[in-house]
Design a protein around this ligand. Structure first.
Ligand SMILES: NC(=O)c1ccc[n+]([C@@H]2O[C@H](COP(=O)([O-])OP(=O)(O)OC[C@H]3O[C@@H](n4cnc5c(N)ncnc54)[C@H](OP(=O)(O)O)[C@@H]3O)[C@@H](O)[C@H]2O)c1
Length: 261
């Protein structure tokens, strides 16, 4: 039989923040690989639009839930419902994120700090914690496995001036993922972080419109371009598939080579 681990027929994937940007790029690849795809996002209209785009890409079902990951009770209820949809979740990608910076570190308000923490760290914590409950229970019932992914950022590594709060959430997420991976390996559950570089999405629209930024920064990306949401599809499929069954605790940079240049 041909080696075909990237046909995800029967697998169920959840992507938070899956209605646009990097999350939608991953959702599209997962749907096209025949996975059942669940997405979470706050905006009903954006969710519905994304479901329309995803439907028909593959043979799996697609469904969206309106979820604010910064609300613990909402995440707890939504994860139970999403897991109940197909009776399992094979892959949960904590991607929902926000990026609030300040004019300078000394002027960074507590409000900015908390806004970053609420979504990027609290939200990822509740999402991943609730996901492990279902995956561990399933493993104890004789069906081990599962893939957890945290979408961090190269901002965790690069010294992101004026974005200390954002960078701290992403550094924290990497640490959380590494600790989850060690604790859950016995259940066959893997946990990995993906660190995007400069990616053309709504989050970076201001930078994309800033000619000085583009000429000073994007010119230093060895690949000489912005990353695109579709650049994350392959890694989402790989990490959801059984091809990555021994791959855990990793921090995977997808930055066109920016961090090593
Ligand atoms: N773009 C980059 O250059 C870059 C670089 C490094 C890391 N990242 C990370 O990659 C991830 C995706 O970023 P992106 O660039 O694709 O951003 P984006 O285009 O702004 O999309 C953000 C997504 O997150 C959802 N979201 C935001 N707050 C939420 C909340 N409280 N609850 C639920 N969903 C929420 C949004 O949907 P709703 O608005 O409908 O809620 C949307 O689907 C983020 O974690 C970001 O930090 C991005």
């Amino acid at each position: 039989m041909a080696y075909a681990p990237f046909d995800l027929t029967g697998k169920v994937a959840l992507i938070t923040g899956g209605n646009r940007g990097i999350g939608l790029g991953m959702a599209e690849a997962l749907a096209a690989s025949n996975a059942h795809v669940a997405i979470w996002g706050r905006k009903e209209a954006a969710n519905a639009e994304a479901v329309d785009k995803l439907k028909g890409l593959g043979t799996g079902e697609v469904r969206a839930w309106a979820v604010d990951v910064a609300e613990e009770d909402t995440v707890v209820a939504a994860m139970a419902e999403t897991n109940g949809w197909m009776g399992r979740l094979d892959s949960v990608i904590a991607n929902a994120g926000v990026g609030f910076g300040a004019k300078s570190f000394s002027e960074m308000t507590t409000e900015i700090w908390r806004k970053n923490m609420a979504v990027n760290l609290d939200g990822a914590f509740w999402t991943l914690r609730e996901a492990t409950k279902h995956m561990v229970e399933r493993a104890k019932n004789g069906d081990p496995g599962g893939s957890l992914v945290g979408i961090a950022s190269m901002a965790a590594l690069e010294g992101a001036a004026r974005n200390q709060a954002y960078g701290a959430t992403k550094g924290g997420l990497i640490s959380m993922i590494r600790a989850i991976s060690v604790e859950h390996a016995r259940y066959g559950i893997r946990a990995n972080a993906i660190l995007p570089g400069w990616i053309a999405t709504d989050m970076t629209s201001g930078a994309q419109d800033n000619d000085k930024f583009v000429s000073n920064v994007i010119s230093r990306v060895p690949m000489k371009r912005w990353g695109e949401p579709a650049d994350f599809g392959g890694m989402a499929v790989y990490l959801t598939s059984d091809a990555s069954s021994f791959h855990t605790g990793d921090s995977i940079l997808i930055d066109g080579g920016y961090c090593i240049y």
